[in-house]
Design a protein around this ligand. Structure first.
Ligand code: IMP
Length: 423
């Protein structure tokens, strides 16, 4: 059985959590493959909103097993808070959630290093979520990291101490004013590690291999978005993992040939949180309306998200590098009420019109070229079938499908599980 893959095609916050939750009934296993608590996957059903950071979005379904894959970085403190929040829902966590031994640990000093690095960058800061993501992946590729499997060793605290001491020296090297009480942070960390050790650690690549052989259906859940990919995103304003399809292979240990469908999620417009180029960003009333109606605030940091029109140059690039087979368009309801909708179909770049994503997309290098379509006024949030959708929205959908050359299979018209139109 193939492994299907779900990932974001923009700068994150596309609505992956909601769609994983909607699709989980079709799968036996949901496996997160990269990122960490920088993610905020929001799910809404039965009038309750849930935000997950590290735990896969299939956790609310009775029959699905949730795997935190080797490509994920885990902060035990945040993980424990997530577990505590889930307690009230009487989920049998121990049988439904397992962690790869090869996933790396975020130490308290990784978080401090993140803060020190951003402070030292000043205006050039990345706008990181400050969850320690960059420093943890740096230790992973630098071959200094600590993994979940280390917690099973007798001497893990010795290893921890050596790494934390090294980090403290590095923090001092940054020479910025970072206030912290390491003892307090470490007490919290050690408590959280104890809670984490109650869960089952597995060799997840072997587990997934056997599960596939046994015919289990597996969905790999991505975090962040393709334009934040460390290789293909708007570097250096990116996260530190491969958020694109290839990341699922390295982040779970499944071979490229085992990937089946690739579900690409995008918003009907575009948003970005943190620094970095965003060619179609709006600084006017239209952008403010998208932010207000779409409730565009980061699920992890609460920061307001920057908003703009959809960018098909960037979206086509994401479809291409991920090999997307099915598209899912989120937050169509937020565009209700706009008289006209703009779609960026090309850029002017160094005096030429181009339709591929160039090396440099800062505003001084590219100017978006827009096509305009008529908007729609109707409230979509109570609609449940394609037949009810306004004609102008259908024209918008068809235009995007023609440009992207991939069918849009789901149109989301609100945050709730039920506000999902399948096509
Ligand atoms: P980091 O991964 O926390 O270091 O953040 C690097 C950049 O990616 C910053 O611009 C963040 O705002 C952005 N980012 C990280 N995770 C997410 C996410 O889950 N959604 C949206 N943006 C994110």
């Amino acid at each position: 059985m193939a492994v299907d893959l779900l990932l974001g095609l923009q700068w994150g916050d596309e609505g992956k959590g909601k769609i994983v939750d909607v699709l989980t009934k079709n799968y036996d296993i949901i496996a997160r493959f990269q990122g960490g608590p920088n993610a905020g996957h929001t799910l809404e059903f039965d009038g309750i909103k849930h935000v997950l950071h590290t735990i896969p979005s299939g956790i609310f379904h009775k029959n699905a097993l949730n795997i935190v894959g080797n490509g994920v970085v885990i902060d035990p403190v945040i993980f424990k808070k997530e577990l505590d929040n889930l307690e009230q829902f009487k989920i049998d966590i121990k049988s439904k959630l397992v962690i790869s031994r090869k996933a790396h640990l975020i130490l308290p000093t990784h978080r401090l290093l993140d803060a020190a690095s951003e402070a030292a960058k000043g205006k050039a800061k990345i706008g990181s979520t400050l969850k320690g993501i960059g420093p943890t992946y740096m230790d992973k590729t630098g071959r200094n990291g600590m993994r979940i499997g280390d917690l099973e060793l007798d001497n893990w605290e010795k290893k921890y101490r050596a790494l934390a001491n090294k980090h403290e020296a590095m923090i001092a090297f940054y020479n910025v004013d970072i206030q912290y009480d390491l003892k307090e942070l470490e007490d919290e960390f050690m408590k959280a590690v104890k809670a984490l050790k109650q869960l089952t650690f597995i060799d997840s690549e072997e587990y997934l291999y056997q599960a596939q052989k046994a015919g289990k259906k597996i969905l790999a859940e991505g975090a962040q978005g393709s334009l934040l990919d460390v290789d293909f995103g708007t570097y250096p304003f990116v996260t530190s993992s491969n958020t694109t399809a290839a990341g699922a292979c390295t982040g779970l240990g499944v071979s490229p040939g085992q990937i089946g469908r690739v579900f690409g999620i995008f918003k009907a417009y575009a948003t970005r949180v943190g620094s970095g180029p965003f060619p179609t960003e709006l600084f006017d009333e239209d952008g403010a309306t998208m932010g207000r109606v779409g409730n565009e605030f980061g699920a992890t940091t609460g920061r307001p998200r920057r908003c703009g029109w959809i960018d098909l140059v960037a979206l086509k690039y994401a479809v291409q590098i991920n090999g997307v087979t099915d598209l899912m368009m989120m937050k169509a309801d937020v565009l209700s009420g706009f008289k006209n909708i703009k779609i960026c179909t090309a850029y002017t770049y160094k005096g030429e019109t181009i339709s591929h994503l160039p090396y440099n997309i800062e505003s001084e290098n590219v100017t978006p070229i827009y096509t305009e379509m008529k908007g729609w006024a109707k409230d979509l949030t109570k609609m449940s079938s394609e037949e009810e959708l306004p004609e102008n929205l259908m024209d918008y959908i068809k235009f995007l499908e023609a440009e992207l050359e991939v069918p849009i299979k789901i149109v989301s018209v609100g945050p709730d599980r039920t506000q999902t139109i399948h096509r």
